[in-house]
Each structure stands twice: as C-alpha cells, then as structure tokens.
Design a binder for this molecule. Structure first.
Ligand code: FPP
Length: 239
C-alpha cells in the first residue's frame, strides 16, 4: 500500500462481464466461463489491500439475469452457493467483511442462509469490505427503498417535508457503503446495466476490453493507479 498514490479510489465497483464469450472462444459451455470468473473474484478480492482499495463491490447477478436459460441460472446459483461454502473461512481469515445487496426474496432458501451466515461470520472484519450484488438492479433498489420509506411516512415516523437525498440513501441496500469512486466494466461494453445508479452519480468509469476471466490483479492495479491521475471536481470548478 505504501507505493500507491494517495487519492486512489477507496471504493471500486466492478461489472464483471464477458464470462460467456470467454467460454465460447474456447468451445466450452457458458458455465465454464462463470467458473473461471469466480476464480478471478478470489484473486481480485485478495489483492485489494495491496493496492489501497478498501471497498470492493461486484455485480454477480442482476435482476435481469433471470431471463437467461434455466440451466445457466441454476448453474450460477449453485456456483454462488459453492463459492460461499468454499471461501467463507479464507475470507474470514483474510479480514474481509462480506455483505450482499439486492433483493433476497427470489433467491433460494439455502443460498440466503449461506449469505446470512457469511455476513455474520465476517461482521467484525474491516480490512476489505466486499459487497456482492446478487439479484440486484439499481431501479429495483430505489423502488424498494421508496416503498420502505413510504411505509415509515404512513406510520407517522418520517415527516415527508424532511425527506432529502440523505434520507433516501439511508433506505437503499447500500446504506452502509460510501459511494463508489470508480466503476469498472470488463468485456468492451460501455453500459452501466442498472448497476448502482444512485450511488455512482459522481463516479469515474473505466470500460476495458478484457473479458472478466482474463482480468488479472496487474490489470486491476494499473486501472487503480491510473485513477490517481484523474481530476474529480464533483460539479465544482477547481480554484
Ligand atoms: C457476465 O458475463 C457475468 C455474470 C452474469 C455473472 C458474474 C458471475 C461471476 C463472475 C461468477 C462468480 C461470482 C461470484 C461472486 C463467485 P456474461 O455471462 O454476461 O458474459 P457474456 O456477455 O460474454 O455472455
């Protein structure tokens, strides 16, 4: 961390795209790419302390991903379960605090139980904050937040005249996170696909051609180092 520029991104969010194409290029089924992608997750999480990234948020499954074939969805859900089971102890030992964002209602019971257990197991860690977005969509998150807030207003606990940005942010899934400084998307697509819509209002974006299973810690370190040279003004003019 010593060699890293001050002013690097504290919170990096990643849209891990390109697993399917990576597998296709090798004549393999899409799930083969997702498995390779999961191995990269491990490597990228592990290198965060070395490159000064304190918060890492990754997009694992979107509210739109249910439209994929039933076998791909089932394969991904089983991969998430296995990832949690296999990695829980290592994540705990490495000081990673894991939390999940997204709507848990559609996820199977066993997966939700594993998610809860991992959150609990790592709750006292603070070396790296890993947030995994699972059945997550930015619009869905805002709609769920507004629903909760509306209930509080109806119950007389919140005065609608006092609702502001901070109030709404408190009801979002990410209430415990700082906003992302940098959002990275792999695989050459320049879209944000409903990821952290509210939270990335002032984030920098980096779109790179590398497919997610080829995304190494050196590539990540390069992007993080490059961020240090950007001039972020948050809408103000530098004086
Ligand atoms: C996008 O690639 C990737 C996903 C929808 C799934 C992301 C999941 C992983 C990286 C697996 C492991 C994650 C965890 C947290 C263990 P794509 O399938 O859309 O690729 P394509 O655009 O080339 O088809």
């Amino acid at each position: 961390m010593k060699d890293f520029p001050q002013g690097g991104p504290r919170h990096v969010a990643i849209i891990m795209d390109g697993n399917g194409r990576w597998a296709q290029k090798r004549g393999k089924p899409r799930l083969f790419g997702h498995h390779a992608g999961a191995r990269r997750v491990k490597e990228i999480v592990r290198c965060c302390p070395d490159i000064g990234v304190k918060y890492l948020t990754i997009f694992a499954f979107s509210t739109e991903n249910w439209k994929r074939t039933q076998s791909e969805v089932a394969g991904l859900m089983s991969l998430f379960r296995r990832y949690i089971q296999r990695e829980a102890q290592a994540l705990f030992n490495e000081g990673v605090r894991v939390r999940f964002i997204g709507d848990r209602i559609k996820l199977d019971e066993k997966l939700v139980r594993l998610m809860d257990e991992l959150e609990l197991l790592t709750a006292d860690n603070s070396k790296v904050h890993l947030t995994i977005a699972l059945n997550y969509g930015g619009r869905d998150e805002v709609a769920r937040a507004v629903k909760r807030l509306a209930r509080e207003v109806k119950a007389g606990n919140v005065d609608p005249e006092r609702v502001n940005e901070e109030t709404l942010a408190h009801y979002l899934d990410t209430y415990f996170l700082p906003d992302p400084d940098l959002v990275v998307r792999t695989s050459g697509e320049a879209r944000i696909s409903n990821f952290l819509l509210w939270q990335s209002a002032y984030a920098e974006y980096e779109f790179i051609d590398t497919l997610w299973p080829d995304f190494t810690k050196d590539i990540f370190a390069g992007i993080v180092a490059g961020y240090g040279t950007r001039d972020r003004r948050f809408g103000a003019v530098r004086t």
